[in-house]
Design a protein around this ligand. Sequence first.
Ligand SMILES: Cc1ncc(COP(=O)(O)O)c(C=O)c1O
Ligand SMILES: N[C@@H](CCOP(=O)(O)O)C(=O)O
Length: 466
Amino acid sequence: MEYISTRGGAPALDFEGATLAGLASDGGLYVPREWPRFSPDEIAALAGLPYAELAARIMAPFVGDSLTYDRLLELTTQAYGRFAHKAVTPLKQFDEQQWVLELFHGPTLAFKDVALQLLGLFFEEFLSRSDRNLTIVGATSGDTGSAAIDAVAGREKVDIFMLHPQGRVSDVQRRQMTTVLAPNVYNIAIEGSFDDAQAMVKRMFNDTDMTGRFAIGAVNSINWARLMAQVVYYFAAALQLGAPHRPVAFSVPTGNFGDVFAGYVAAKMGLPVARLIVATNVNDILHRALSTGDYSQGTVTPTAAPSMDIQVSSNFERLLFDLGGRDGKAMAEQMAGFEATKAMQLTNAQREGAAALFQSARADADDMTSTIRWAWENCGELIDPHTACGLFAARAAGIDAATPVITLATAHPAKFPEAVERSTGHRPSLPARVGDLFDREEKCVALPGTYEAVAEFVAGHATPKA
Ligand SMILES: Cc1ncc(COP(=O)(O)O)c(C=O)c1O
Ligand SMILES: N[C@@H](CCOP(=O)(O)O)C(=O)O
């Protein structure tokens, strides 16, 4: 399998190359040259497989020659062996039509673990084939940070620098990052928003002074391997509800458009997906883009679902590229316009293509509260505020009654105890495996929100590429 850049100006790479590169050298995102397709019979044959095996089967066409199937299966078995639930991503029924896919049984209690546990192993495997050291630079609004740190802490040949917006992640999220004291882990709290942090990360990939000295790598969903691993749970859930014979809809709490883009990939691979519902909080650039065609960056408003406080959604570029006929030159021009003006209009082809599969909704603070309360009072389940955005959108979506709607539960409620307690009167407790989080020592530096300050810190601490 070859990977090409959405902006058409970077060399095509194999899976190993795309995984280590993270972002393409022209500023674009890597996507597979074509989507592998599974026939209905092939999909039916996946039913009932253990999660690690299902993962290896779904990912094998994307991984190509970079790993043998047996090695891939060893890695998926190792990655998902660390999950606290045997099903890895268990599915729960909330009412006649609504289902919730629990993606938070990994080590750091959010869906990010599903991909990052595996990505850590991919890095180790691929780096063992050369003398190269990798300098991972990531941005987090709360969950990617801890999941990535857990995946690479203490690993050889990798340093990780994780930027988070100071004061804008929950205490649990912050501590899950800053209490990891491994010498290859650097937490950086910056003044500004997640979008500021993400822009700095992308800039570093195009800073020739930095890339000349360090092999910069990505753990954010700009890295294709992240999305590839997330495709698997769409298959896992749909198979349980009758795929390929019965279509299902998914409602996805969305920020950077990575998780829901993985659902789009599943549909391109042949999974019968009736609708993909994009659920945002009041940081609603994606809801505006999908409902009006206007993709313009607003200012970030802090919410009770902080991991979705994002107003520039990196992976939307992958969708626009695919829907716009995979024209790298046109995409580069469209993105250059966005980067210059902070706004762009979707083309007719992009709008119509998106409307065929996607719809969207925006949950405000009251919507989140009432949905958390509804889940508790009617289903006896505590859900986190991100999941609440998804479930709110799922219930409001007007999907026909015969089609099951699966909301992706992206974080454990105990990551956001205040919001859950405010809505239900019940404070979720942390699972035992992270129970002493508040007794651990923290390590983090605070930097001004400038690229220069961050680049200087990284350059002063990272290991040169070889
Ligand atoms: C808990 C949670 N829910 C939803 C999202 C949104 O996912 P995505 O950025 O892939 O759209 C994130 C982070 O991005 C998250 O941490
Ligand atoms: N919500 C994320 C933000 C980064 O998104 P990513 O999926 O691109 O890594 C977070 O919690 O950090």
